[in-house]
Ligand binder design. Structure first.
Ligand SMILES: Cc1cc2nc3c(=O)[nH]c(=O)nc-3n(C[C@H](O)[C@H](O)[C@H](O)COP(=O)(O)OP(=O)(O)OC[C@H]3O[C@@H](n4cnc5c(N)ncnc54)[C@H](O)[C@@H]3O)c2cc1C
Length: 457
């Protein structure tokens, strides 16, 4: 088994990728410097270049482009709502929330075409998503989620309940009692998207620097670990789940860890048994959530369980997954699909950024000299394009970022340690317990309701 780095996504990239990004070796002056070479940094740079091709842009990445969540995610390019609708509607009104969801849908549809047209396809398959319920309590939550979606204007063409038979007709998951189906997801290769965006950035004369960790951020300048300074009118901080390592941002975004495995390739007979011909993105409805996709070379990728949070907002060791988590993901895959020997051939993990109110933010000072962006809570593949365009609009002189409600002051900070560690890991335990209770009783457990209240979800 290959454990760590970008896992399966690294292994399947066909060279040559984009030109390697050199380290920054001297001081530099540009119009905008972006810290972080993931989707947010790249989409922001591309949106700025499109608005004004003469705008000088540099992106500084601590490791290599796509090192973060962008190069190692589950490949759901989805139009699911990002963050909590209520949080945004209370402040900006319902229409702005509905408009944001329309932007996400447009971005989901546009991204594969943009990359395809530029000659950098991302292995896109528009199979939608399928959320599977395996207990009565899970099904009730699915029904409530669909009723809520209706109240936000999503009709049956966007999201609907499936009964057990309809789920089984699409995928053979043991114990499925129903679920939710939506066409709003495209399965992609996340690292191919990074490679394509890097190539587009190079073509737009955006300066990309790898191996260039930023250690201090001030108005109109950043400094790297090697002692070089980049002066700029605008500094964009796009470090998402890694922001806690930056001075003055240690409690802004909680780095939640998510682990994934890719199984061996399944045989034709096994696929006959599993079905999954539509290659939908799949997810569970338990509180300890799982998500997955069927790869083009016919493996199952499953993500979820693991060590959700490390003390002091620390990060994983270059994507390595502990043996217990690998075993638990293998056991879950076997349990779901009823196929023995579904061992992991790849395992990897990474961090995603969660704001205290579980909702993204784009926080800019009045002259946009520093813009902080992130907090997609594990749903940034599509959202990063929407956010990047809003950041570019802010830098272009529109402080509302085109009216996107994510443009708001950053939410209150997370609690100091050890409260943060106790809270995050205690909640995960509570959700695991709630799942076990629900499997027995069939009703949503009060433990889960209490945990939701405590988490602010
Ligand atoms: C395992 C996993 C599965 C996921 N699955 C999905 C999914 O299927 N669908 C979905 O929508 N979302 C998913 N997400 C979330 C999604 O990948 C992220 O929301 C998105 O990639 C965030 O992009 P980003 O550019 O903001 O951050 P990142 O991609 O994390 O990029 C931040 C970059 O900043 C760099 N950096 C950090 N500190 C510094 C510094 N001091 N100086 C310079 N550079 C620095 C990092 O090295 C990193 O490359 C998943 C996340 C994980 C971890």
């Amino acid at each position: 088994m290959r454990n760590g780095d970008l896992g399966f996504w690294q292994a399947v990239q066909t060279p040559p990728g984009p030109a390697p990004a050199p380290g920054l070796e001297a001081d530099l002056e540009v119009d905008t410097v972006i810290v972080g070479g993931g989707y947010t940094g790249l989409w922001t740079a591309l949106a700025l270049a499109e608005r004004d091709p003469s705008h000088r842009i540099a992106i500084l990445e601590a490791e290599h482009f796509g090192f973060g969540a962008s190069g190692r995610n589950g490949g759901w390019l989805s139009a699911k709502p990002v963050g909590k609708r209520r949080v945004l509607a209370d402040r900006f009104g319902r229409d702005r929330v509905v408009a944001t969801e329309r932007l996400l849908l447009e971005a989901m549809r546009a991204i594969p075409s943009i990359l395809e047209a530029a000659g950098h396809p991302i292995d896109a398959h528009p199979g939608g998503w399928l959320q599977i319920a395996r207990t009565r309590a899970e099904l009730e939550r699915c029904e409530a989620a669909v009723a809520d979606a209706r109240s936000w204007g999503l009709d049956a063409s966007r999201v609907r309940i499936l009964d057990a038979k309809a789920v089984r007709a699409r995928i053979g998951v043991a114990g499925a009692v129903g679920g939710i189906s939506s066409p709003d997801n495209v399965r992609i290769d996340p690292m191919a998207l990074i490679n394509g965006l890097c190539a587009l950035a190079d073509a737009a004369n955006i300066q990309r620097y790898g191996d260039s960790r930023v250690v201090s951020i001030s108005k109109r300048a950043v400094a790297t670990a090697r002692g070089h300074r980049v002066h700029a009118r605008h500094v964009v901080v796009a470090t998402e789940g890694y922001s806690s390592a930056l001075p003055s941002r240690s409690r802004q975004l909680l780095p939640l860890n998510s682990a994934m495995i890719a199984t061996r390739q399944l045989t034709t007979d096994e696929w006959e048994q599993v079905g999954w011909q539509g290659r939908e993105g799949i997810a569970g409805s338990a509180h300890t959530y799982f998500y997955g996709q069927r790869t083009p070379d016919d493996r199952i990728i499953l993500g979820g369980r693991g060590k959700p949070y490390r003390f002091g907002s620390a990060f994983d060791d270059r994507g390595r997954v502990d043996a217990a988590t690998v075993r638990s993901l293998e056991a879950l895959t076997t349990e779901l699909f009823g196929i023995h020997d579904l061992r992991a051939e790849f395992a990897w993990c990474g961090v995603l950024g969660v704001a205290r109110d579980w909702t993204p933010f784009i926080d800019a000072d009045p002259d946009a000299s520093i813009v902080d962006v992130g907090g997609y809570a594990g749903q940034g593949v599509t959202a990063s394009k929407v956010a990047g365009e809003a950041v570019a609009a802010i830098i272009g002189g529109d402080p509302t970022g085109g009216g996107l409600p994510w443009v708001r002051p950053r939410p209150r900070r997370w609690e100091p340690e050890p409260l943060r560690w106790i809270g995050a890991n205690g909640l995960y335990r509570a959700y695991s317990l709630a799942d076990a209770i629900e499997a027995r009783t069939g009703r949503t457990s009060v433990v889960a309701k209490a945990a939701d209240l405590f988490a602010g979800r």
